[in-house]
Design a protein around this ligand. Sequence first.
Ligand code: ATP
Length: 355
Amino acid sequence: MYIELKNINKSFGDFKASDNVSFGIEKGKLIGLLGPSGSGKTTILRMLAGLEKQDSGDIFINGKNVNKLASSERGIGFVFQSYALFPFKTVYDNIAYGLKVQKKDKAYIKQRVTELLELVGLPDTANRYPDQLSGGQRQRIALARALAPQPELLLLDEPFAAIDAKVRKELRTWLRETIDKIGITSIFVTHDQDEAIEVADEIVITNKGRVEQVGNPVEIYLEPKTPFVAQFIGQSAIIEDFSRLKGFESDKSDLSAVIRPEFIEINKFEDSGYHQFESAMEDGIVEDISFRGSNFEVHTKINGITVTGRYPLNAPRLKKGDKVKVLIKKLYTINNDSTEILVNKALDDSELYYI
Ligand code: ATP
């Protein structure tokens, strides 16, 4: 592993911001640290950068224990949440800053700044000041500045948090491509699951100072290992007492589970007669329906439980109060500390391949 955190603990007063955090990162990977606000993401980043000292545990970069190394000796580039460019320096001087600190010669600095401006797609902005740039452009320059001294590791703390949704989406794709081009090991903090899922090679999920799960986005999405991850990822909802539902009957009662819209198939009552899993379907009544662009979102009451599913645009229209047949394909059960995938008994595994 190129980066390793081993049994890291960190408290602020009585508050445990990192609780025995351990994970490793392979060289060249882009890692998303994903978790709710206050779950300890930034604290992990700051300890890696040497801006905060852990109470116990070890941090290794490229096999070397960096516990005692100052921030400036760790070979790390940092891009912050808010634009941390120097407001009274030009773009050129902002990017050149780290190189001047390293006492590089003028010709090298000029060549490196020009190369970085090309890399971030803003070759004509060298003489501008930060307030003459858009938010997205400022973050591109912040990235160029972080990369200038050729760090071994790049840390990004919610780099696009202050940017509006559309530009943010473009910047994500751009960040992924840029990082691929230079092949630098990178970690970015986000509380936006779409951002992590789209951009990261691996996701580390944090909750209350602990690491809940580490995995690639598909694993995290399809195979959550803890009830927290099952609930945090996807458009998840909790249903209580699911053993009342067809296909999930069990002797135990009061069991709760996580369900997502894609686990639910909704059919208009009259159209469901020929369905291969008719016997496994619940009768339901449409409580609410809203248009979501590529589909409808339908809230349906089945057996006293409201579930939310998606309904295709090209199927016969539904309205509030309509009778429907609902097939629940799978659930994630919630036990104390673990979660299991529970498949509707009527379906075989092949049917679940696409969910
Ligand atoms: P966010 O997404 O809101 O930035 P986060 O997951 O990055 O959250 P951290 O910033 O790591 O969370 O903070 C974790 C917890 O530690 C928070 O409850 C925060 O208030 C607390 N904390 C962080 N830094 C300090 C500090 N210097 N002094 C006291 N408490 C701190």
